[in-house]
Structures are given as C-alpha cells and as structure tokens.
Design a protein around this ligand. Sequence first.
Ligand SMILES: Nc1nc2c(c(=O)[nH]1)N[C@@H](CN(C=O)c1ccc(C(=O)N[C@@H](CCC(=O)O)C(=O)O)cc1)CN2
Length: 315
Amino acid sequence: MATPSSSSADNIIDGKAIAETIRGEIKEECAALLQSSGVTPGLAVVLVGNRTDSATYVRMKIKACEEVGIHSFKFDFPSDVTEADLIAKVAELNADPAVHGILVQLPLPGHIHEQKVLDTILPDKDVDGLHPLNLAQLAHTNTHGSSRKFDLKTLPYHAACTPQGCIELIERSGTVIEGKEAVVIGRSNIVGIPVFLLLMQKNATVTVIHSRTKDASAVCKRADIVVAAVGRAEMVKPDWIKPGAVVIDVGINSVDDPTSKKGYRLVGDVDFAGCKAVAGKITPVPGGVGPMTIAMLLRNTLQGAKRGLSGGNGN
Ligand SMILES: Nc1nc2c(c(=O)[nH]1)N[C@@H](CN(C=O)c1ccc(C(=O)N[C@@H](CCC(=O)O)C(=O)O)cc1)CN2
C-alpha cells in the first residue's frame, strides 16, 4: 500500500489527502483493467429533483469518475417523477452491460419509497452498498478463526461507501482496529449499522449508542475509536472522548453563519475544536469522511467491473 499523506503535523486526519491517494490507486487499476481486458468500468447516476446539495455531490462523483477513468452516465428526473418511472429506469440500467454500478442519489422526494427503489438495484450493481442483501452479506461474512483476512478491497459484495471510508481513515492514519474498544453513535442503515459491522469484522469490540442509550457520554468515553454518525451538529463534546482516542466524524450539518459568504458553514456531529484537544486523532468537517465516500464509490464500481469479468470476487 502506498504511504498516504494521512495526517498533517498535528492530530488531524486529512481525508482529502487519503482520498486522493486512493483515487490514484484506482486510476492505476482502471488503466490496467482497460489494458488487460478492454473494459472501462461504468457508473450510472440517477438524480431526482433540484436539491443543490444533491446536485453538488453528483457533480463531484461524475468529475471523480472522469479523473480515474470510469465512464459515467447521468440521468436527471424532475422532483415529481413517479416511483414506477424511477424503478423502470433502474431495471433498464440493471440490464445494461456497460453499467457496472448504479447509484440513486439520496434523499429522494417524500412521495417516493426510497428503499423500494434501492431494492430494485441488482445487488451486484449496488455500488452504494445499500441493498439489504449487501448489508446481510456484510453481517454474514465470517473470517474469524480462518486464515482468510477480512479485506475491504476483495469483498465479493458491495459494502456501503461512507462506512468503508471510515475504516480506511482509521487504518491509513496508522491505527490498528483489532482488539480496540469502538463506539458508533447512530444506527442508520446507511452508516451506523454497516460501520458497526465493519468494525466488528475488523475484530474491534463494538458498542452502538442511539437515542435510547442511557448515559451516552459515559459509554462513549470508554472508546479507543469513536465514529459519530448521528446527524446532530456538534453533539459530541470533549468530555465524551477518552484522551488519545481516534474520532471519526461522519456528520455534515449546515449551521447559520452570517460571517460566512454563503451565510452558513458545515460542521460535523463532533465539537471539533474541543474534541481535537483531547483526541489522539480526529477528522475535520469538511475534509474528513466526505471525500472518502466518493473514493469508495469509485472503488466499488471498479470492483464491480472486475467481478463481472471474473464471475467471482474481482481478483
Ligand atoms: N446514494 C447516496 N446518497 C447519499 C450518500 C451516499 O453515500 N449515497 N451520502 C450523502 C451525500 N454524499 C454522497 O452522496 C456526499 C456528501 C459529502 C461529500 C463531501 O465530500 N463533502 C465535502 C464538503 C462538500 C461541501 O462543501 O459541500 C467534505 O466533507 O469535505 C461527498 C459525498 C447523502 N446522500
């Protein structure tokens, strides 16, 4: 593995730099794949409505695809598109051999049953890792007590992107997960649950904190590794953090800020300034987990294309 420029001089984990390193690795692999098999991985991106944040994330994904040598195909739908029309588009993309990955940008408008649309994506093309079968595969994988290693780069199914990004940030910034006490704050299907499963597969002892947890701060303070994915601005305070712990902040919350040109700024779920003083390492927002989500999407798409060729796990 290339040595990443994983952290700056202080204790900040530089997600932008680590994501750039990974995108470089993917670019090399895409070139090698094209050379050896003539195949260029293809990603279909479905965007519904006119949310500015979703349009920005989709633009970032398409640009990232271009940079590493992945074809992208973009499909725009108005916010009043019917669920049936979206499902029909997904079915069409499922059958298209040039498309190795399908991504439906979330959130979808309220009249559409999000999970129903996601469930329509073929699990092999579900590069977001949000199909229940992919989540189930992650729960079902059992490499414990065997000589096989749990390796994100060679999984025979798709694991969700943001959770994979969290694991890469922890490991590439020099922390061994095995044997550590980890706490995940939040239990969503898109982040909390898969990150819990990934940490468990990496042999951490994992606790999940949620809205009914009693004395969340005391539970959190036991952790060597904290992953905050709760969606509440700066909820995790310095007295929640064990000195020296690794803190991964998944939250991207917009808060009013009249001093900023845009009138708002982005903050995480962690009180960054306060927790930075206590943590061993910590991710910033922006520039932490966000860029990793996109890097992992590219990696899943490449892996999907390789798997399509080998009929196996892509290696
Ligand atoms: N189908 C999906 N929808 C959504 C996902 C997802 O993984 N799959 N995650 C989020 C949005 N998201 C990707 O789609 C995403 C969010 C943030 C970033 C990012 O790099 N953020 C930057 C800041 C960018 C800014 O200034 O606005 C950062 O944190 O540094 C990338 C991807 C919800 N929907």
